[in-house]
Design a protein around this ligand. Structure first.
Ligand code: FUB
Length: 300
C-alpha cells in the first residue's frame, strides 16, 4: 500500500513537514536515513498495539523527496517474518549496502533480528534465519538489547549500536551486514548529567566528529555526546531535544538536502498518548563549535 501524505509549504518559509508526518496513524521510534537522495523513515506501528503497552506487531515505512511531502509505504515487516520471534516489535533501524537494504528489528526485549531486501520499502525476509543478537546466546548483550542503530563509517566498517538497561552497546558488523565481528562492547559516555543513557542510541559523523545521541529515561531528554572515534569514549555536549509530551523520547538526527533534521515522536495526533505516538520532523542547527542548538519543537 502506498499513499501520499501532503505537507504544508508556507509561502516564503523554508520547506518543512506539516507535523505529524502521518495524520492518520500512530507511529513512533523513527529511524531516518537517506538512500539514493530520498529520506526514509522506519517506524514502530503504534496503531496496532493494545493502547496500554508497546505491544506492537509490525513496522512501517515512509519516504520523502523534500522533507515536506511524505509517501506512506505501509507495513514493511511484521513479527511473523521472524520464525523465532514472539512479540514486542520495538524501535527499528535500517541500512543500505551491497545493493541491499537491511532492517534491524528488536523483538521480545531480548533479541535483535535482521531482514534484507532489494527494495527499501518491501520484500524484506529473514535470510539469516536466526537472531543477530540474542541474550541466550551472546555475551555482554545486557539484559535488554533493544533500539538498534546501524552506522557505516567512511572506511566501510559498519557498527551496530543498541541500548540495554542504561548501558549502550556496540558491536562491529561484517560487510554482509547480517553477522557480527568481535565482542559486544560497552559504550562509555562521560559527563552526562542525571542518570545518563536510558535507550534510543543514535550515531552519525559530522566534520570528522562522531555524535552519539540517546534518551535519558521515561520521560527523557535526547542528550548527545561526541568523540573522535565511533567507539568512544564520548564526552557529553548537551541536550539536542528536550522532553516531549510522551513518556518515551526516541529520535534520529540526519542531514538531507543540505539541511539537518531532528526526527522524533510525540502525541500530537488526536487521540495520542505514550502508547499512541506520532512522528514529527524539525530542523536542527549547530553552533560554530559543532555543538547542537536544542531543537525547537514545532508540533506538541
Ligand atoms: O516503542 C517501544 C519502545 O519505546 C522503544 O523501543 C523505545 O525506544 C521507546 O521509544
Amino acid at each position: 500500500m502506498v499513499m501520499m501524505i501532503t505537507g504544508l509549504l508556507l509561502a516564503g518559509s523554508p520547506a518543512q513537514a506539516d507535523n505529524p508526518i502521518d495524520m492518520d496513524r500512530f507511529v513512533a521510534d523513527p529511524s531516518a536515513h537517506v538512500f539514493d537522495g530520498r529520506m526514509y523513515i522506519y517506524a514502530t506501528d503504534d496503531s496496532d498495539n493494545s493502547g496500554t503497552y508497546w505491544d506492537s506487531k509490525d513496522w512501517r515505512s515512509y519516504s520523502s523527496a523534500d522533507g515536506v511531502t511524505w509517501t506512506d509505504h505501509g507495513q514493511v515487516f511484521d513479527l511473523t517474518g521472524f520464525s523465532w520471534a514472539n512479540s514486542l516489535a520495538w524501535a527499528p533501524a535500517a541500512a543500505q549496502r551491497n545493493g541491499f537494504y537491511y532492517l534491524y528489528l528488536p523483538t521480545d526485549r531480548n533479541k535483535i533480528g535482521v531482514a534484507r531486501s532489494t527494495s527499501p520499502t518491501s520484500g524484506f525476509s529473514d535470510v539469516r534465519g536466526t537472531p543477530l543478537i540474542d541474550t541466550s546466546r551472546d555475551a555482554n548483550t545486557g539484559t535488554e538489547p533493544i533500539d538498534p542503530m546501524t552506522f557505516i563509517d567512511d572506511d566501510g566498517q559498519a557498527y551496530l549500536y543498541f541500548g540495554s538497561s542504561r548501558q549502550p552497546k556496540v558491536v562491529r558488523l561484517n560487510a554482509d551486514m547480517m553477522s557480527t565481528s568481535g565482542p559486544i562492547m560497552n559504550v562509555t559516555v562521560n559527563g552526562a548529567p542525571g542518570q545518563g543513557f536510558a535507550e534510543a542510541p543514535w550515531m552519525y559523523k559530522r566534520n570528522g566528529l562522531y555524535y552519539f545521541s540517546f534518551s535519558t529515561g521515561w520521560p527523557g531528554q535526547i542528550q548527545y555526546a561526541t568523540a573522535p572515534s565511533p567507539l568512544g569514549p564520548f564526552t557529553y555536549r548537551g541536550v539536542a531535544l528536550d522532553y516531549v509530551n510522551v513518556n518515551t523520547n526516541h529520535s534520529s538526527i540526519l542531514q538531507f538536502n543540505n539541511k539537518w533534521y531532528m526526527v522524533y515522536a510525540n502525541k500530537a495526533l488526536a487521540g495520542g498518548g505514550s502508547f499512541r505516538r506520532s512522528i514529527a520532523v524539525d530542523y536542527l542547527h549547530y553552533n560554530g563549535d559543532g555543538s547542537i542548538k536544542t531543537v525547537v519543537q514545532t508540533a506538541v
